[in-house]
Design a protein around this ligand. Structure first.
Ligand SMILES: Cc1cc2nc3c(=O)[nH]c(=O)nc-3n(C[C@H](O)[C@H](O)[C@H](O)COP(=O)(O)OP(=O)(O)OC[C@H]3O[C@@H](n4cnc5c(N)ncnc54)[C@H](O)[C@@H]3O)c2cc1C
Length: 457
């Protein structure tokens, strides 16, 4: 049987673009990709990239302050949001065009349209055009979840944060995950008075307790009002702004309320349910380790599968799928020891087991865990009169001496964890770290100079 396409990819984000490119350029497949919004997806258009550029923008006031401590006659002046937003939009246009160009160069046909699945070998575009296809890849990503509280429509999500007409004077960020924490720091850095409301006991749940504790304390010390153990019961408009009623009965007024209370997979309304593709309780497309669904011709990668919702993971999954199905190289995406960073101020870089997870999962099964940790005020900010602390922490299996986790808080933690991740992924032991001669004077030299465990758990 002949098909219009060997592969039809639905979704032009991190996972879909990689899979389409490899299947076409390296697998020789006839490939089409449909994208209903902008090419590049969440990461490029409304996630990692614009966020990181906003992080950079938000860091300048502190850098200028520090420059003064270092003898420079510098002042930060005012921030022109409109100018920055214009430059950001230009950069996103450039990136979107680059993604499109890469796909076209690889021989992929692009449809700028919403696509749905009609049957295991047919897809339909919004204008009704249908194609017969041998394989379908669902790479439709995720979307922000906003709980149904009265007045929720007054709030924005991360999607809208890059398009604000003006910067607010007072902002409420609801949530305590990495996106909430990053935006709280970004807004604070840009001069906004920021409040965070989070129903949990402390922000960044799931990360190492000691590390997230330092991030939270530092954010608070810098002036972000973090209110934990309280949620928003409702929002309403008032003459001066938006009033948030807390579950503790408090009433607080803001100019902007941003919800960052999690994300859900985009699996609904694309025809999957009726075909027998398994859908999980959060709406995630259920796949096996080859990213294949219960319908053999339909695969899914990236956030829509809700495995590890990070760009490099979606890319790996997309690549592995293309290798397996179109290049004759069976490949499973590896979800073990995936490093990640939270771009708060200070940054948090993390890989492997937290102390708590090691205690819970590992020590019961395999014996005690040694914790090596150093927390101190780094030279650069100490000189500038800041109270900031960094953390270098290793979670080590006592019996094998293998490093199971590494957690870094401080400037550049994202960059540092990427490099530590190579060693840890290779199975480095504490002795391997110790026989590596320190680079001095650096913050990260502490990672190779911690002699005795601070505790055994
Ligand atoms: C604010 C924010 C910050 C983030 N920061 C980071 C970070 O620092 N590091 C990191 O690794 N990850 C980060 N992420 C997560 C990262 O963006 C995602 O993990 C990644 O984009 C997932 O890629 P994907 O291919 O699965 O989906 P997406 O990139 O979401 O792409 C899916 C695409 O499918 C399209 N689509 C959906 N349905 C259809 C349809 N029916 N027809 C046609 N097109 C459709 C959508 O328009 C979208 O473009 C961040 C996310 C957010 C929201």
């Amino acid at each position: 049987m002949t098909f219009d396409y060997d592969l039809f990819v639905i979704g032009g984000g991190s996972g879909g673009v990689r899979a389409a490119r490899i299947a076409s350029a390296e697998g020789g497949a006839k490939v089409a990709l449909a994208e209903e919004s902008r090419m590049g997806g969440t990461c490029v258009i409304r996630g990692c990239v614009p966020k990181k550029l906003m992080v950079f923008a938000s860091e300048y006031p502190e850098q200028v302050q520090d420059a003064r401590a270092y003898g420079w006659d510098a002042s930060v002046g005012s921030f022109d949001w409109t100018r920055f937003r214009g430059a950001l939009e230009n950069e996103l246009d450039r990136l979107e065009a680059a993604y499109r160009g890469t796909l076209l160069n690889a021989g992929v046909t692009i449809y700028d349209a919403r696509a749905v699945v009609v049957d295991p070998h047919r897809v339909r575009l919004a204008d009704g055009t249908e194609f017969s296809v041998k394989h379908i890849l669902i790479a439709t990503g995720g979307r922000p979840f906003v709980p149904t509280v009265p007045g929720a429509e007054l709030a924005v999500t991360s999607n809208e944060m890059f398009h604000l007409e003006t910067l607010p004077k007072r902002a409420l960020v609801v949530g305590g995950g990495y996106i909430a924490s990053e935006f709280a720091c970004i807004l604070h850095g840009l001069g906004v008075k920021v409040t965070m409301m989070y129903r949990g006991a402390s922000i960044l749940r799931g990360f190492d307790d000691e590390a997230r504790g330092i991030v939270q304390t530092t954010m608070q010390a810098r002036g972000i009002d973090i209110q934990c153990g309280v949620d928003v019961a409702g929002l309403h408009k008032a003459p001066g702004g938006i009033v948030a009623r807390g579950t503790d009965g408090s009433m607080q007024e803001f100019d902007l309320v941003m919800y960052a209370t999690g994300r859900l997979p985009n699996s609904g309304g694309i025809g999957l349910e009726s075909l027998g593709v398994g859908i999980g309780v959060r709406g995630q497309v259920l796949v096996d380790e080859w990213s294949q669904t219960a319908v053999p011709s339909i695969y899914a990668v990236g956030d829509v599968t809700d495995r590890i919702n990070l760009t490099p993971v979606a890319i790996r999954e997309g690549h592995a799928f293309a290798d397996t199905v179109f290049r004759g190289v069976p490949t499973k995406a590896d979800h073990q020891l995936v490093a990640s960073a939270v771009f708060t101020q200070p940054e948090l870089g993390s890989i492997g087991l937290s102390e708590e997870a090691a205690k819970r999962q590992h020590s019961e099964a395999q014996g005690p865990i040694e914790i090596f940790a150093a927390s101190f005020r780094p030279m650069k900010s100490l000189f500038a009169g800041r109270e900031d602390r960094v953390l270098m922490k290793l979670v080590v299996d006592q019996a094998s001496q293998r490093v199971l986790g590494c957690h870094i808080v401080g400037n550049g933690a994202g960059e540092m964890i990427q490099l530590a991740a190579i060693a840890i992924k290779m199975g480095a032991t504490k002795a391997d770290f110790d026989r590596t001669v320190a680079v001095h004077p650096t913050v990260s030299e502490e990672l190779v100079t911690m002699r005795k465990p601070v505790r055994v758990v």
